[in-house]
Design a protein around this ligand. Structure first.
Ligand code: NCD
Length: 392
């Protein structure tokens, strides 16, 4: 996809915070974001027609959540994981584990449901795993991959597209190159909207996959030293992961990037505001790898660069190879949201510390957990974590 310079500037450059977005202080939002939100959309209820399908399961699961979160995930749009409580995130992890162990049992959970995947940006894993997740739950899928074949090419707004698609489906997953697009979509839709990546901003379901991978590797998602390496400016998966790990607390972040691709201030502010978390910024991977429990590698985000020369100069700054892995702890986990370009040599794939293809599997399971939860469909035989904990 090729964008003009001014289009790219509009997508990522201007910082506008306003209106109901004040809750995410300092988040970079494109100018279009503000102009696209129409006042009627803001008042639109989320999850119309969904709540009545709710069952005790999800309500019970969320019964001990923070008071400012809804008591159930039914009908909830997930633009960032800040939209759901940490208890609900734990519940989703538990739900995904159950789904993995009971694939046949859950295969008809979403019979009769339809998911729309509206992907205005390239994707392999994310779209296919959202879709596979719904298919494996017994539901069906509609959507588009590439806006050129939809009415967007005729000039239709995101809000109108979502108001339309809401009539067809039970849940929407949307990916868009502009920061704030998923939020606009969630306000316009009358069914839950899940952000599958909005520009360089957030990618909550990738974070769910990352958390599931940490949980399975370490048995916990905190008390870890987490190195994030590569494009920390434009890498939305990094922003989502830091935001969420801060909520669970007790994480030391090592932010490894070239000067030009450092972590945005709004993300650093989040760490600073978390008493139990801290960060250091660094530029050398080999010097720091030995301290890490987790190394989260990222691709330099070519599509978000203003000019190709900068991209070419920066793209191979970090290459994780067998030599560097020799400097790392024996139980370090290497994560990467994928796709990789050059930043992890293929020789690392056989190292037991490579966890990036596990992340892919976890991504599908977490999307199964999330899709069924926001629709409100019961997983047969599933016992919510909350209920189990109360009984224990
Ligand atoms: C990531 C994304 O799209 O942000 N990929 C993904 O969804 N798994 C990372 C990337 O594209 O570099």
């Amino acid at each position: 996809m090729s964008w003009t310079m001014s289009e790219k500037r509009r997508m990522i450059g201007e910082v506008t915070a306003g209106g109901h977005l004040a809750r995410k202080k300092g988040v970079p939002l494109s100018v279009e974001y503000v102009s696209q939100v129409d006042s009627t959309a803001e008042d639109a209820p989320i999850g119309n027609g969904i709540a009545e399908n709710s069952v005790g399961e999800t309500a019970a699961a969320a019964s001990a959540k923070a008071p400012d979160y809804p008591s159930s995930l039914v009908g909830t749009s997930v633009v960032t994981l800040d939209d759901i409580s940490t208890q609900q995130i734990r519940e989703l992890l538990h739900r995904a584990q159950y789904i993995d162990a009971h694939r046949t049992t859950v295969a008809h959970t979403c019979d009769g449901r339809v998911l729309a995947t509206l992907f205005y940006e390239p994707s392999t894993r994310t779209r296919l795993s959202f879709e596979t997740a719904m298919l494996r739950l017994g539901g069906q899928v509609i959507g588009f991959a590439g806006a050129q074949l939809s009415s967007v090419s005729k000039g239709e707004s995101i809000a109108d597209t979502l108001k339309t698609v809401s009539n067809y489906v039970d849940v929407v997953a949307i990916r868009h190159p502009k920061e704030g697009a998923a939020l606009v979509a969630s306000h316009a839709a009358s069914v839950p909207v899940i952000n599958a990546g909005d520009g360089g901003h957030m990618h909550p379901t990738q974070t769910l996959a990352d958390l599931a991978t940490l949980q399975s590797r370490f048995g916990r998602i905190n008390d870890l030293t987490v190195g994030l390496c590569g494009d920390l400016t434009f890498g939305r998966t990094v922003h989502s992961l830091i935001e969420t790990l801060c909520r669970f607390g007790h994480v030391r972040f090592v932010l490894i990037s070239p000067d030009e691709l450092k972590t945005p201030q709004y993300v650093l502010d989040r760490i600073n505001a978390t008493e139990t978390c801290s960060y250091v910024e660094a530029s050398d991977l080999a010097e720091n790898i030995g301290d890490l429990d987790v190394l989260y590698m990222t691709r330099v985000q070519k599509e978000r660069f203003f000019n190709e020369d900068d991209y070419l100069r920066l793209r191979d700054t970090y290459i994780l190879d067998a030599d560097k892995m020799r400097l790392a702890k024996q139980d370090m986990a290497v994560l990467h949201p994928l796709p990789r370009v050059n930043e992890i040599a293929v020789e690392v794939d056989d190292d037991p510390r490579a966890a990036y293809f596990e992340q892919v599997k976890n991504g599908m399971l977490m999307r199964m957990a999330l899709e069924s939860a926001v629709i409100g469909d019961v997983l047969p035989g599933y016992e919510p974590l909350q209920r189990k904990e109360v009984r224990a």
